[in-house]
Write a protein that binds this ligand. Structure first.
Ligand code: ADP
Ligand code: MG
Length: 377
């Protein structure tokens, strides 16, 4: 069915110094919801467009369902694509917009009727089938665009930032609807977004890209818990992971993370990965997520060895919780705490850095020391 293989795929655009897609190599299983995520310009759309046949592959091979696709035209690839701008025909009704592709493929009239009505029901747009796109809200338009893809009953759905034109509330709602569609249809989906929240909530597997390169491929939770490098660690998660520069030192058989402001003992379990990094010359970056930085009394009592003095500079109240920004050497450390915390800007307080939850990255390459350890063994 809808399995996909990218076999060392490259895209060189004329006049660009570096490949826009660089050695993209990945197997996508039938039924996966794969999300490509990364900042603007990292090559997501180009990758998707090569898969769709809208852009030539410069080097490497693309296979869908085991068939070599490089020279197959888009309409013969058994895919359907949804774009950010809905690209609906303004003079045609919703029904006609949804059925046009099927008519062109010479599908029988009663079959067209069946599929359009079924898709309209799934997307809850049955009541607008006779309307023109101009009479619809943005959310309805996007659902018509989804419906038009749905009726094709393709092997693979491709979506390029389909929610970008919707306001925040509709975006969340449509995000859930697309996830629901996927769990009902179980068709392979490849979904492009620059939004890490969309990636985390929708993908069964996520590909993080930067400047044409794949940074990491993993299911959402694994990406969050075990980022392969600084870039992924910083890109996935909101508020962002804190990064603190320092060195790993060994004193009397114990390991510590140390810089001018702190010396914190590192738990045993990190030992296999950090033992090679102990040198004052070797800079490391310690990463700690805002939810692993505490300022509450219970934490100070429970983790006396992991305290650092900090000056609170800013406070953001989110309703469900509050973010405190604490100065502690260079840069600010974000601490996610309870909504009603009494701590205010101007306060000097001890904070706890949960050393059992930190990440260590090589100061030069940015690669996670955990990952380096895996490669070395
Ligand atoms: P994304 O979708 O991740 O924002 P794109 O795939 O659109 O990124 O673009 C990746 C890179 O390829 C960018 O540097 C962009 O400038 C370049 N690029 C995209 N399309 C073209 C094109 N038609 N001609 C030349 N360069 C292009
Ligand atoms: Mg794009």
């Amino acid at each position: 069915m809808g399995s996909i293989t990218f076999d060392h795929v490259y895209k060189y655009y004329k006049g660009e110094a570096r490949p826009s897609v660089n050695d993209f190599h990945l197997e996508v299983a039938d039924g996966e919801f794969l999300v490509l995520v990364g900042p603007s310009g990292c090559g997501k759309s180009t990758t998707l467009r090569m898969l769709a046949g809208l852009e030539e592959v410069s080097q490497g091979e693309i296979h869908i369902d085991g068939k070599f696709m490089n020279y197959v035209s888009p309409k013969n690839r058994d895919i359907a694509m949804v774009f950010q701008n809905y690209a609906l025909y303004p003079n045609l009704s919703v029904y006609e917009n949804m059925s046009l592709g099927l008519q062109l493929h010479k599908v029988a009239k009663h079959e067209i009727e069946l599929r359009v009505n079924r898709a309209a029901k799934m997307l809850e747009i049955s009541h607008v089938l006779s309307k023109k796109p101009g009479q619809l809200s943005g959310g309805q338009k996007q659902r018509v665009a989804l419906g038009r893809a749905l009726v094709r009953e393709p092997q693979v759905f491709l979506m390029d930032e389909p929610l970008s034109n919707l306001d925040a509330k509709l975006r969340t709602q449509t995000r859930m609807e697309i996830s629901k569609l996927h769990s009902q249809l179980k068709t392979t989906m490849v979904y492009v977004t620059h939004d890490q929240t969309e990636a985390m909530t929708m993908g069964t597997r996520i590909v993080v890209m930067k400047q044409g390169d794949i940074q990491q491929v993993a299911p959402p939770q694994q990406l969050y818990d075990e980022p392969a490098n600084l870039f992924v660690a910083g890109f996935i998660g909101s508020p962002q992971m804190n990064f603190i520069e320092g060195a790993i030192v060994s004193i009397d058989g114990e390991y510590y993370f140390e810089n001018k402001r702190m010396r914190l003992i590192i738990p045993e379990r990190y030992r296999p990965y950090i033992a090679g990094a102990t040198s004052n010359l070797r800079q490391v970056i310690m990463g700690v997520r805002p939810e692993a930085v505490h300022c509450e009394a219970w934490a100070l009592e429970r983790y006396p060895d992991w305290q650092v003095n900090a000056a609170i500079e800013m406070r953001e109240q989110m309703g469900s919780d509050t973010y405190l920004y604490a100065a502690c050497g260079e840069g600010l450390i974000t601490c996610r705490t309870e909504a009603l915390t009494g701590i205010r800007p101007g306060d000097s307080v001890p904070i706890v850095i949960r050393m059992d939850k930190v990440h260590f990255f090589d100061g030069e390459s940015g690669i996670s020391l955990t990952k380096q350890g895996e490669h070395a063994s």
